[in-house]
Design a protein around this ligand. Structure first.
Ligand code: TMO
Length: 311
């Protein structure tokens, strides 16, 4: 009897030492946001799957891709796994300045979020001189559409991504009389427009980004005057510059390392390449899978990539 008591006390002692040394993750769900482009949603489920493999509980919430940084700061959302420099850098740093959100590291993938043309527009010489932006002065009619009032059309993404950056840039570059910006309702509208333009062999200018599924087929980003810190109107400049060759960061609520140390450790190591992110997008935008199925397939096919994050 005495021996048994001694043993169980020792066992309890050991267990509590053990749990102290590797503080277990909270049972509270880790809240992962989903936005309106494919790689981000697939990656949300990929990361959720990685957290679940650690025994964590996850919850997914659709969120505005600018407002999400404030939501992370105040703790309503736990992480952001695709902080793109050009579109979201300012919102991320604004939230960071207020306190409550931390930089959880940078993916290997280098990014660009920019206006461009499908590769055949270059190869077929539809606007000689592209991808240099000055070539645009000579061929607005190549990019005119039924709704563009005789001007060339720039098909920008949804306004929630970049605000008025592109209309301001058009004016700043002196292209305002020749081109007009239309905002797409969603990413799918851009892909549909690219597909129909290709079928007709027609010129088209759209917003796009890399890494994306379009990397495989070839997409030529227009070369604008180089981005420099402060060149945008929002940052005090004249706006006559292109987008940065940028970073792709991860962000987290400042409490995440304490509430979920194992998940945070994995998230801080988590690092996707352009190839990884292109694959995640392609499973949806080329192969037509659901985001969840794409994530499950990606996790099953690429354990070599993600298992090191949980070791
Ligand atoms: C944020 N995005 C990748 C759509 O440019």
């Amino acid at each position: 009897m005495k021996l048994k008591n001694t043993l169980s006390a020792a066992a309890i002692g050991l267990a509590s030492i053990g749990s102290h040394a590797m503080a277990a993750d909270s049972a509270e769900p880790i809240v992962i946001p989903t936005h309106n482009w494919s790689s981000q949603v697939v990656m949300a489920y990929v990361i959720g799957g990685i957290f679940e493999s650690l025994g964590d509980t996850v919850e997914y919430v659709p969120a505005d891709s600018q407002a999400v940084y404030e939501a992370i700061r105040i703790g309503d959302v736990t992480i952001s796994h695709e902080v793109w420099q050009s579109t979201f850098g300012a919102s991320f740093y604004n939230a960071m300045a207020k306190g409550g959100i931390i930089d959880a590291g940078t993916h290997s993938a280098a990014t660009l979020e920019e206006m461009g043309v499908p590769q055949y527009v270059i190869d077929d010489n539809l606007c000689p001189g592209l991808p240099n932006w000055e070539a645009l002065k000579n061929c607005p009619e190549v990019f005119a559409t039924a709704d563009s009032e005789g001007k060339g059309r720039w098909l920008e993404g949804p306004q929630s991504w970049h605000g008025d950056l592109m209309p301001i840039r058009l004016e700043a570059l002196g292209l305002g009389d020749l081109y007009t910006v239309k905002f797409a309702g969603g990413a799918d509208a851009i892909w549909a427009e690219l597909a129909s333009a290709k079928k007709e062999g027609r010129g088209i200018i759209t917003f796009n980004w890399t890494p994306n599924f379009t990397d495989a087929e070839g997409f030529a980003f227009i070369e604008f005057p180089a981005y420099t810190d402060g060149c945008r109107v929002a940052d005090g400049g004249d706006g006559a510059c292109g987008s940065p060759k940028g970073w792709l960061k991860k962000a987290a609520n400042y409490k995440f390392p304490k509430t979920h140390p194992a998940a945070y450790s994995a998230f801080s190591k988590l690092d996707f390449s352009s190839t990884d992110i292109g694959q995640m997008a392609a499973l949806v935008d080329i192969d037509g899978m659901s985001h969840q199925d794409a994530a499950a397939k990606w996790l099953a096919d690429h354990e070599d990539v993600w298992k090191p994050f949980v070791e």
